[in-house]
Design a protein around this ligand. Structure first.
Ligand SMILES: Cc1cc2nc3c(=O)[nH]c(=O)nc-3n(C[C@H](O)[C@H](O)[C@H](O)COP(=O)(O)O)c2cc1C
Length: 186
């Protein structure tokens, strides 16, 4: 199995970082330069970036358009962009494939593969909503980073895990990270 994760320059990088830890082998990570900037501002340390890259089995910067995932002939099981900036969402909605993150989105949609877009932005303009709708129409699953609270989170990690669990559910990765509604766990 191969799971591709794109992380772009949106607040909420921690969702993507946590998801990467939970993805099964093989984990392919793609970072945009926007993500690099947000990591620097939001998480404050170079070490976070290095640790993130270290956790991936395969890593690419967005410029690496010659990576295997750029071609439809290379098989992967699912592609998640988390978090997805509104810049990247707009480019994908317009069919632009100017970097590896947007190109893999284009490949995932044309090949009818699982494609999940997790965004944090709020509030949303008409343009944002229209772009997200285009991705949904194109076969992507659009997920706001909008954690529930019915699992009674005790700390920020459990709030993040709620989203990670829902994303894993979408790409068919069995997980028992959170207490599910109606389950007897705990
Ligand atoms: C600290 C910081 C936080 C940002 N947060 C967001 C955000 O939450 N959502 C968003 O759409 N853009 C956000 N941006 C702006 C994007 O990073 C910017 O539009 C960038 O061009 C995105 O590039 P990318 O899509 O290639 O990663 C943020 C920028 C910075 C520096």
């Amino acid at each position: 199995m191969e799971y591709v994760l794109g992380i772009t320059g949106s607040s909420g990088i921690i969702y993507g970082a946590r998801l990467l830890e939970r993805l099964p082998h093989k984990r392919v990570l793609i970072l945009s330069r926007g993500a690099e900037k947000v990591i620097e501002k939001e998480l404050g340390e170079r070490k976070f970036l290095n640790d993130l890259i270290e956790k991936a089995d395969e890593f690419h910067w967005e410029e690496e358009l010659d990576a295997p995932q750029s071609s439809g002939s290379h098989l992967f099981d699912a592609y998640v962009i988390c978090p997805a900036s509104m810049n990247t969402v707009a480019k994908i909605a317009a069919g632009i494939s100017d970097n590896l993150i947007t190109r893999v989105a284009s490949v995932a949609m044309k090949e009818s593969r699982k494609f999940i877009v997790v965004f944090r932005e709020t509030p949303l303009s008409y343009i944002h909503l229209r772009n997200l709708m285009e991705i949904s129409r194109g076969g992507g699953v659009v997920m706001p980073a909008s954690p529930g609270f019915y699992h009674m989170p005790k700390d920020i990690n459990e709030i993040i895990d709620f989203m990670v669990s829902r994303i894993l559910d979408q790409i068919g990765v069995k997980n028992d990270i959170i207490n599910r509604w109606g389950s007897e766990k705990d």
